[in-house]
Design a protein around this ligand. Structure first.
Ligand code: NAP
Length: 254
């Protein structure tokens, strides 16, 4: 890539939480950021959150464009990437961050809660990876970073759908890494532990305290703790790392 060409970074679920921090970690004059979000329940609030992320990126000298795109919809994802490629001609970094939870005990979990978590967390990452990888293969360069979770390795009661999606993300990461390595594309996963975002704020206080008690470093993670590792995996310094799962959990998983 010549110095004149800006790096194009695509982040799914960039309006809030960890995704928002990831957008900020890439913000700077040399980077075009594209991120998506999706909220069927409160679109106005999400548009405001997305606008806030875009404003913060601009204040740091970068450019960010956002779109409402459901990562579970192949046609919406295809249009999103088409727009990016039409505008910039390239995709350098893809961060598959968008994710949801719909918790419940296995024997009570209904089909729709299983399907929506798998379709957003796992199928969404597959679709984005498939489309971005085609462009990255032509470029002979790319960095793909997938958001897993420590529970994808350990299991977690009450999260069969979520854990299956995150274990699937780890398998997808390792397979894509092997398939794409010869084209200059690295594929890695980051596995956060317990991070303070809207996703964990919805847990009852008792459950949050129980999580905190399992963290040797004695504090919850911040979105910035995760974003810093994503930025490293996208950097030149990480050029020889692929197929890895980096746990960022304050020692919650060792
Ligand atoms: P969050 O605060 O709830 O944010 C989730 C983001 O994903 C939002 O930007 C949301 O957009 C977006 N999103 C949800 N459904 C989407 C869809 N169908 N299409 C496109 N975007 C969608 O969650 P978070 O805690 O930052 O989590 C980010 C990632 O880290 C997830 O993959 C999660 O599983 C993983 N993770 C989190 C923790 C933790 O402790 N927080 C731990 C391990 C792993 P809207 O704003 O439009 O809803």
């Amino acid at each position: 890539m010549s110095d004149q060409v800006k790096r194009v970074v695509v982040i799914t679920g960039g309006s809030r939480g960890i995704g928002r921090s990831i957008c900020l970690s890439f913000a700077g004059p040399g980077t075009h950021i594209y991120f998506n979000y999706f909220s069927p329940t409160d679109p106005d609030a999400e548009m405001a959150a997305a606008a806030e992320t875009g404003k913060s990126v601009a204040e740091m000298g970068g450019t960010a464009k956002s779109m409402s795109v459901n990562v579970a919809s192949e046609s919406e994802v295809s249009s999103f990437f088409k727009k990016i490629i039409d505008e910039t001609g390239r995709i350098d970094v893809l961060v598959n961050n968008a994710g949801i939870t719909k918790d419940g005990l296995l024997v009570r979990m209904n089909e729709s809660d299983w399907d929506s978590v798998i379709n957003i967390n796992l199928k969404g990452a597959f679709t984005c990876t498939k489309i971005a990888a085609k462009k990255m293969m032509q470029q002979r360069f790319g960095r793909i970073i997938n958001m897993a979770s420590i529970v994808g390795v350990t299991g977690n009661p009450g999260q069969a759908n979520y854990v299956a999606s995150k274990a699937g993300i780890i398998g997808l990461t390792k397979t894509a890494a092997k398939e794409l390595a010869s084209r200059g594309i690295t594929v890695n996963a980051v596995a956060p532990g317990f991070v303070e975002t809207d996703m964990t704020a919805m847990l009852p206080k008792k459950a949050q305290d129980a999580m905190l008690a399992q963290i040797p470093m004695g504090r919850a993670g911040k979105p910035e703790d995760i974003a810093a590792v994503v930025a490293f995996l996208a950097s030149e310094g990480a050029a020889y790392i692929t197929g890895q799962v980096i746990h960022v959990s304050g020692g919650m998983y060792i």
